[in-house]
Design a protein around this ligand. Structure first.
Ligand SMILES: [Zn+2]
Length: 264
């Protein structure tokens, strides 16, 4: 989303702003957001964990799209965009930036420098940063007795790893998702680090994973779902050993799919 939107938004000025629902806002009122955005100029886009960060010459517009959010820049919004476009901003080139969210599970923040620092400092390291090593992964998993899959998905421990990629990385690393995070060996850290970085890199290259709702910044589905080994394959044969893949909601209330034979 960030890569697709960055060239279309960078350097643009926000002219008029429509916010249809305030329930997506966190820490800012509808009035403060719309007043603040009007007239602001976009300096650039980046990503932190699962958030798109739109830096302006005033504050940062931080959008967490959640399960059903998407963002586009369009010449002409469709009726669907008008219905579900929670935040619509007319740009100075007459295009419109649309944050579209059918179920409004996403979050929008409007943060000054100190607020952004606090927000970012509360999130764990980025797995795709060059400084992220197997040892850093070991530190992120720490002394926790919680299941390793739960800790991997905890944004305070590690940034940006959601359910799909946690399931996939644990499969390739041969680690039982229910194992206590602190019980992993340095070899487990090495394997898990290698596969997390590899899977995230390939998934980004494939424009993400679309099971149902996710769309890229061009409004298209991602392609990484074509390469999934375990997620969404409960009851199907393991692609490594042929055993029937197991599924459980017991670890973190989300679906965990794993091979009891390959992940010991
Ligand atoms: Zn297997």
């Amino acid at each position: 989303m960030v890569r697709d939107n960055a060239p279309l938004l960078t350097g643009r000025r926000f002219e008029s702003v429509v916010l249809t629902h305030a329930d997506v806002l966190t820490g800012v009122s509808a009035r403060a957001l719309t007043t603040g955005l009007r007239g602001a100029r976009v300096l650039g886009l980046s990503r932190r964990a699962k958030n798109a960060v739109i830096a302006t010459d005033r504050r940062r517009l931080v959008i967490q799209p959640g399960m059903t959010g998407a963002m586009f820049v369009k010449r002409k919004p469709t009726p669907d965009d008008l219905k579900y476009g929670v935040l619509r901003i007319l740009l100075d080139d007459r295009r419109t930036f649309i944050y579209h969210d059918v179920r409004r599970l996403g979050r929008i923040r409007w943060l000054d420098d100190a607020g952004y620092r606090r927000f970012s400092n509360a999130i764990g390291p980025e797995p795709l940063d060059p400084g992220f090593t197997p040892e850093a992964l070991g530190r992120a998993l720490g002394r926790s007795r919680a299941a390793v899959k739960k800790v991997l998905m905890d944004q305070k421990a590690l940034a940006g790893v959601g359910n799909i990629y946690a399931n996939e990385a644990l499969f390739f690393a041969g680690v039982d998702p229910s194992r206590a995070a602190r019980a992993l060996t340095p070899e487990n850290h090495r394997q898990l680090h290698h596969h997390l970085v590899r899977i995230l890199t390939q998934a980004v290259r494939a424009s993400g994973t679309t099971i149902r709702d996710y769309r890229t910044g061009r409004g298209e589905p991602g392609n990484f779902q074509l390469e999934l080994m375990v997620y969404g394959r409960e009851g199907e044969p393991c692609r490594h050993c042929g055993a029937s893949l197991a599924g459980t909601h017991a670890i973190d209330a989300r679906i965990t799919v794993f091979c009891y034979r390959c992940q010991t």
